[in-house]
Structure formats: C-alpha cells, structure tokens
Design a binder for this molecule. Structure first.
Ligand code: NAP
Length: 281
C-alpha cells in the first residue's frame, strides 16, 4: 500500500511510519517541515504528486493549554486542515484516517464513553478536534475517525515519559487522583491505524488499550513500577489544584462498539503494554 503519513515527526506519526515500513508499505512520510497541513496549496501539490492509496493524519497541535490561549491557530490546525486533508484524499482516491481525542467528551459520564455518547468538548482543543472529525466526514465518505487518549510511547512529551524520567532521577512527582482515562501505547495505536486504513470501513472508532483504564495516579504508580522505580515519590493531587488554562475531562475512558463488530481484536491490556514499553527504555 502507498501510505501518506502526516505529522511523521510526532509520537504517533513516528510509530506509524515504522510500522508501515515494517509491513513493506511504500511510506510517504511528512513531518511539519515537508508538509505543513495548514497549507492547502502544499497539500494539493503533494497529494497530486504522490497519489497515496491511504492517508494517516497524525499531525495536530497537541498543546491543550496552548490551544486554549490561541483558538484561531487551534482551529486552523486541528479543524480546517483536517478537512483539507480529507478532501485531498478524496480527490486522489485515497482512504483517510485521522486521529482524534477523548477530549471531545465533557467527562461528566460515569464508566466508558462509546460512539453512542454525544461529544460535548469543554476545551478549545476538544472543540477544534471535534470540528476536525466533522469536516473530515463531510469531505470524504472514506473517512475513518480514530478517537484515542492518554498515549504513551517513545520520545513523546507525554505524562508517562515524564513519570519514568523523574522517578529514575529520584525526583518527587505529582499525579492527579481524580481524573480517569484509558492509556494507549503508541505502537499499538499505530498498528491499528494501519489496519483501519486497509479495512477502509468508514466510521468513528475508539482505539485504546484494553483494561478498565486508570487514574493518572494509578497510571504513574504502575509506570514507575514497570520502570523498576517502585519507591518513586508520587504525590496525589486533585485536578483542580493544578489551575491549568484548559479544562480537562474528569473521566474520558473510551470503549469501542464498532471494533468487535468488524472483527478487530482488542489491543493488549494497558498494564502489559506498559511493561512492554518499559523493556524498551
Ligand atoms: N498524546 C496524547 O495523549 C493524545 C491523546 C488523544 C489524542 N491524541 C491525538 O493523537 C494524534 C497524535 O498526537 P501525538 O501524541 O503524536 O502528538 P505530537 O507528538 O505532538 O505529534 C503531533 C505532530 O504534528 C505536528 N504538527 C503540528 N502542527 C502541524 C502542522 N501545521 N503541519 C504539520 N504537522 C504539524 C507536530 O509538529 P511540531 O512538533 O513541529 O509542532 C508534531 O510532530 C493527534 O491527533 C492528537 O490530537 C493525542
């Protein structure tokens, strides 16, 4: 398959490039320097020249607090550009897979969010990502939206990498005890993105590792443990005590109704994924 990947310099983008290459795909990898997704002219030129069979959009402005302070930029990158990529995919006959977020939900629900729950984003980032989903779905029928959350993996500025680094340096760290999500290992997500691109069964999928999810505190303790730092000094704090610019959902655990229906096996349990990640560190 000829797979064009945007955001190839990011955590999920890098894993997706590696995974597709391992499968023998012809990978057209674009980081921000080679394809700024806010440039419609570059998108048109690149797609016309490279004529991909499938497009994985892993590019986004992922600084949730940054988005809150600059809604126009958030909308440009996380909403408008996603629509433009989807339209260009349609024009060259490619299927389009775009990564969205658990932050499209308000977090007030108990239990797990499924496709039957209406998104009610509370942050600028969440609103822009939801608009990105909808613009993409308007622009091409062959659109697969993948909502995910709490991604961990190599090289990311993610919560887990910070936990492991601080625990190894013996530094104390704060972890929120009253917010819950479903952790997702970047290589597992990347493999699922590629599977969904090949399947070409349009829809909105929730892709996270199996298990009942965790609070940040629980996630941090498991991570420190998996990294061999069982004595890490973790201070449990409330989400409200952090006073960050953007609101976050209190509970954004995801579950997928579609994946089992189309024969996709659950991803491994997040605790096993965490141990797999720790072995690579
Ligand atoms: N990380 C999480 O926990 C999480 C949770 C839920 C959903 N997601 C979603 O997962 C996807 C992948 O995120 P990630 O964790 O891999 O984030 P990431 O490491 O920040 O990767 C995003 C990439 O997009 C690039 N980018 C930003 N603006 C761009 C533009 N205008 N044109 C082209 N590329 C641009 C960034 O480049 P620069 O570094 O140069 O800005 C970065 O390399 C995103 O859609 C995100 O919303 C992430």
């Amino acid at each position: 398959m000829r797979v064009l990947i945007t955001g190839a310099g990011g955590m999920v983008g890098r894993e997706s490039v590696e995974h597709c290459r391992r499968l023998g795909d012809e990978v057209l990898a674009h980081d921000r320097a080679s394809l700024d997704i806010t440039r419609d002219d570059l998108i048109a030129e690149t797609f016309a020249r490279e004529r991909p069979d499938a497009v994985l959009n892993c590019a986004a402005w992922t600084d949730v607090d940054g988005c809150e302070l600059d809604p126009l930029r958030a909308h440009r990158v996380n909403a408008e550009a996603v629509g433009a990529l989807a339209l260009a995919s349609r024009q060259v006959g490619a299927s389009f897979v775009t990564v969205s977020t658990d932050y499209v939900f308000d977090g007030e629900r108990e239990g797990f969010y499924t496709q039957r729950d209406d998104p009610e984003p509370r942050s600028v980032y969440g609103v822009a990502k939801l608009q990105g989903e909808r613009r993409a779905q308007f622009s091409t029928a062959r659109c697969t939206v993948v909502r995910t959350g709490w991604i961990f993996g190599a090289g990311g500025k993610n919560f887990l990498a910070t936990v492991v680094a601080r625990a190894r340096r013996g530094e104390p760290l704060k972890a929120i005890f009253d917010a819950w999500g479903t952790p997702t290992y970047a290589p597992h997500l990347a493999a699922r993105l590629r599977e969904l691109a090949a399947l070409d069964l349009p829809g909105t999928y929730h892709v996270v590792n199996a298990g009942d999810g965790a609070s940040y505190e629980e996630f941090a303790r498991e991570a420190a443990d998996a990294a061999g730092c069982a004595g890490a000094r973790i201070e449990a704090v409330s989400a409200d005590s952090l006073a960050r610019p953007a609101p976050r959902p209190r509970n954004s655990r995801l579950r997928c109704l579609l994946s089992p229906a189309v024969g996709l096996a659950p991803l491994p349990d997040w605790r096993d994924a965490l141990r797999q990640f720790a072995e690579t560190q």
